[in-house]
Design a protein around this ligand. Structure first.
Ligand code: NDP
Ligand code: 2IT
Length: 474
């Protein structure tokens, strides 16, 4: 069913076929500007949060103008206000016997469609702005997965890099000693993110279980021996590749024979690289915060096995790759975006593709950017991609396979059984295809260009917004 722009009532809007008839006019732009001015005043200095909100408001403002119930219910004003923010002291003792103090966070952003759900990030850069931007993005991403999960994010300015296992364990135990009172299988289910992998989830789960005396699926990304889902480690990177395959297919293309630049060398980057390679692509780069490696011959199964061991067992740096494979080059202090490629997959961190990087990518022939990380492209870079009409997908759509598979882990935990890898992978593929279809439905513009940002934001927003309306003023 399609209803006209004049239709204003909620019941009609719930089932409406929304499309690009909702465009930005002057009045809408004024709404966005006023909304952002107010948000910035209320949340001073939180630049990443402002950036994430602006992107969503710009996409959904035409809907808000078209449907007065969204304005009357102050949905946008409510959606940017976290339901709860928890900040806490995390004291721990290092191996030298010195007392260390970090700050812990959990931002419980929105529970309209399910229990709070989202990762935990341990990185020196973590602050309230980064937590809020991630929790905000997570709310819409989780809505896109088709699974019942609200949005949250947590973390600490603690960096596991260079710490001993014992230090990491003491930190995780102290962090969970406070966090445990705020989470639960039907309340809030954390998982991993930057700096939080299987080791950290294990230590946190152990402490949670000890303090609460219950074995539940309160964390996801658990070990395979104690409730973890098969394919969860692979899911974000694989899911991003499944999404990229769908994007490429809209132009009759595939990964076969394509040159791919990937940033990061962590969980998402590793499995994006493995899947892209297995789909026939030549993966040329990986990186960390010190620099990137460029292997003109491309990654192979053997080289990937080396990377897995280097990063996940020895916890080494990516520059060691060139010692092992001397045909590769290491570029200290640089990002991979100057290397010519067809497809770019940023899988490290926020704002890692700036305007000049985007221009470089386009100049060198890149025609598809699929985000594995959260908000890796600056607004200026996104404008360059969309201006050039290349395929570009925001992380909240293309990296949703990770949290989706976390959702599948929750399902398995609730049922107290474990699916095979094939079963989980098949569900992951279906979910990524559904997210791609939602982007197409809400993001296809009049000239046929697919605006994945608009599509993902409108689809995610309307699901959360209408759920909030149905649940009353809470
Ligand atoms: P990891 O900690 O496993 O890996 C992160 C990688 O990114 C490392 O190579 C790290 O290098 C690099 N990196 C981190 N911070 C910076 C920085 N400030 N500048 C340059 N490089 C940096 O994290 P993940 O792979 O899990 O996460 C990567 C991205 O994907 C993040 O944006 C995360 O939010 C997102 N994401 C993760 C999901 C998951 O399931 N894990 C799901 C969806 C999104 P170094 O070792 O030098 O720090
Ligand atoms: O950003 C993300 O989606 C994640 N870090 C994964 C969250 C999750 O709950 O699996």
């Amino acid at each position: 069913m399609r209803i006209s722009k004049k239709s204003t009532n909620f019941a009609a809007a719930k089932n409406v076929e929304l499309n690009s008839q909702f465009i930005m006019d002057k009045q809408t732009q004024m709404y966005v500007d006023a909304f952002m001015a107010d948000l910035i005043k209320k949340n001073p200095g939180e630049q990443e949060f402002h950036q994430a909100v602006r992107e969503v408001v710009e996409s959904v403002a035409p809907m808000i103008m078209a449907y007065p119930y969204l304005r009357e219910q102050k949905i946008m004003e409510r959606i940017v206000e976290p339901e709860r923010v928890i900040m806490f002291r995390v004291p721990w003792m290092d191996d030298q016997g010195e007392v260390q103090i970090n700050r812990g966070y959990r931002v419980q952003m929105n529970s309209a469609i399910g229990p709070y759900k989202g990762g935990i990030r341990f990185h020196a850069s973590v602050n309230l702005s980064i937590m809020k931007f991630l929790a905000f993005e997570q709310t819409f991403k989780n809505a896109l997965t088709t699974l019942p999960m609200g949005g949250a994010k947590g973390g600490s300015d603690f960096s596991p890099r260079g710490k001993s296992d014992a230090e990491v364990m003491r930190f995780c135990q102290s962090f969970m000693t406070e966090l445990q009172r705020h989470i639960g299988a039907d309340t809030d289910v954390p998982a991993g993110d930057i700096g939080v992998g299987g080791r950290e989830i294990g230590y946190m789960f152990g402490q949670y279980k000890r303090l609460r005396d219950e074995f539940t699926g309160t964390l996801t990304g658990k070990g395979q021996l104690w409730g973890g889902s098969l394919m969860r480690p692979e899911a974000t990177g694989y899911g991003a590749c499944y999404f990229a395959e769908a994007m490429l297919a809209t132009r009759g293309e595939s990964f076969e024979g394509k040159k791919v630049c990937i940033s990061g060398a962590g969980n998402v980057a590793q499995f994006a690289a493995q899947k892209a390679m297995r789909l026939g692509a030549k993966v040329l780069t990986l990186s960390d915060s010190d620099g990137f490696i460029y292997d003109p011959e491309g990654l192979t199964e053997e080289k990937m096995a080396y990377v897995f061991e280097l990063k996940n067992v020895r916890r080494g740096r990516i520059k060691e790759y060139v010692t092992k494979y001397p045909q590769a080059q290491y570029f200290a202090g640089e990002r991979p975006w100057k290397i010519a490629c067809d497809i770019a997959m940023p899988c490290a961190t926020q704002n890692e593709i700036e305007k000049a990087d985007a221009e470089n990518l386009i100049k060198n022939g890149c025609f598809c950017v699929t985000e594995g990380a959260n908000m890796p492209s600056t607004p200026e870079a996104i404008a360059v991609f969309q201006g050039a009409k290349i395929l570009y997908s925001p992380g909240k759509a293309s990296n949703a396979g990770g949290v989706a598979t976390s959702g599948l882990e929750m399902t398995q935990n609730s049922m107290r059984l474990k699916w095979t890898a094939e079963e989980v992978d098949a569900r992951l593929r279906t979910i990524m295809a559904d997210i791609h279809a939602a982007c197409l439905k809400y993001g296809t513009e009049e000239d046929g260009y697919i605006n994945y940002v608009k599509g993902a934001n409108i689809a995610g927003f309307m699901k959360v917004a209408n759920s909030m309306v149905e649940q009353g003023l809470v």
